[in-house]
Design a protein around this ligand. Structure first.
Ligand code: ADP
Ligand code: MG
Length: 390
């Protein structure tokens, strides 16, 4: 589907649902981490890529105070009063809480907006680790700006979207997803410092293609896995701070410092800490190796990242294991690793640009043979951050 077809699809559905055509068009991209699993909430680094899969919102201001949100990706309609004392959660339409949450946060922050009808449409696979949730939040933030006629600084928008997901939706995510979706730039990855929320562009060479390999094994993150990992990292940082005053997060601990006191940490806390501290260093190594096209370094650093995710952080799954094997045997592969939070979902490969099609066919065949699941395999390019649709 090209841009015109997508616009026509949304316009038609919008008219059907709301009786008039939309007048505001906003979008926000998904993202993939090229390196840096779970480093964001440890205030470390991530090499992150905004991708050319995105969420669009078509909207139209209303003359009353009501906002009605719908999506082509999920059922249900959720309406609320934008000037209500409290904008509450909608338990009947759970996905709408990402939109309501952003609306609630902006209202609290004194950023008013009018009522509206809106229809979302995403080409990001939902719940697969490419951050459809942050894209929906970021698109909502763009919509509220357009409706209210105000503009906030991008980093502040990202923090407010994160707050909506943390406090309103109830997912204790770091800043990575919202930052990338809002501050991403077309044509490059970002080396993000999650402590001071600054980033610098990192070139992906034209002869290296980033390819998403979706295991299509749904993540089961409703459990306590994510929260457990976070708590274990926080405990590790707290224990290490006894030896190294000034340590606030694992980001502050070098590998040598960790190894000197590894024995003072209980398991699995020690393993979790080792992974984060090593992964953080790998981000800097990849940010340096990628623009140079250093194949050997890319291969080594991605392989080490996956091994750590499997053995130390324990966020791999049988499907991820099968996918890694398929990716590593694919034609033209340079390196391969997990993406997102793990536990299934998407993985990411660096592939010789000329071999992308052969790689896709190889991986599809071997992964399907090993698991009986048809994967989704597709190249991605760095897309612009959230804004109005072109
Ligand atoms: P991820 O962000 O990796 O895709 P999450 O579990 O964080 O996974 O967020 C996925 C959830 O976000 C979906 O279950 C749904 O509630 C919501 N969501 C995201 N995009 C849309 C959309 N376009 N329409 C409706 N809901 C969406
Ligand atoms: Mg998400």
């Amino acid at each position: 589907m090209n841009q015109d077809e997508r616009r026509a699809l949304l316009t038609q559905a919008f008219v059907q649902r709301f009786g008039q055509p939309p007048s505001i068009w906003v979008r926000a991209p998904g993202r993939v981490d090229l390196m840096g699993s779970h480093t964001d909430y440890n205030l470390g680094y991530v090499l992150t890529l905004p991708v050319d899969r995105d969420t669009w919102m078509a909207a139209r201001p209303r003359t009353d105070r009501i906002a009605c949100v719908q999506s082509l990706n999920a059922a249900g309609s959720s309406c609320f009063d934008v000037e209500a004392e409290v904008i509450a959660r909608d338990e009947a339409v759970p996905w709408a809480n990402y939109v309501r949450g952003v609306a609630a946060v902006f209202r609290t922050e004194g950023r008013p907006f009018t009522g509206f009808d809106s229809l979302a449409h995403s080409t990001i696979p939902l719940s697969s680790g490419l951050s459809s949730s942050a894209a929906l939040e970021a698109a909502t933030a763009m919509l509220l700006q357009a409706l209210g006629g105000w503009q906030d600084e991008p980093v502040r928008l990202a923090l407010l979207c994160q707050r909506a997901e943390n406090r309103f939706v109830g997912v204790n995510c770091g800043i990575l997803d919202q930052y990338t979706s809002i501050l991403g730039q077309a044509g490059c990855a970002l080396l993000l410092d999650c402590r001071d929320l600054t980033s610098r562009p990192v070139t992906v060479p034209a002869d290296i293609q980033v390819v998403i390999c979706d295991t299509r094994a749904k993540r089961e993150l409703t459990g306590s896995e994510y929260g457990d990992r976070r708590a274990q990292c926080e405990e590790g940082a707290r224990l290490l701070a006894r030896f190294y005053p000034g340590v606030i997060a694992l980001r502050d601990v070098s590998l040598a410092q960790f190894e000197a006191h590894q024995a003072d940490l209980p398991e699995p806390v020690a393993r979790r800490c080792r992974f984060i501290i090593e992964e953080n260093e790998r981000v800097l190594r990849l940010a340096e190796a990628l623009p140079r096209g250093d194949r050997a370094a890319i291969r080594a650093v991605t392989a080490a990242s996956y091994a750590g995710a499997r053995d130390l952080y324990e966020i791999a799954s049988p499907e991820m294991e099968a996918m890694l094997e398929a990716m590593q045997a694919g034609t033209g592969v340079i390196g391969a690793r997990q993406a997102g939070a793990g536990f299934g979902g998407c993985m990411v490969a660096f592939v010789e640009a000329g071999a992308t099609q052969a790689f896709e066919a190889d991986v599809r065949r071997s992964y399907a043979a090993a698991t009986g699941i048809e994967p989704e395999i597709y190249p991605v390019r760095a897309a612009a951050g959230a804004g109005e649709c072109a």
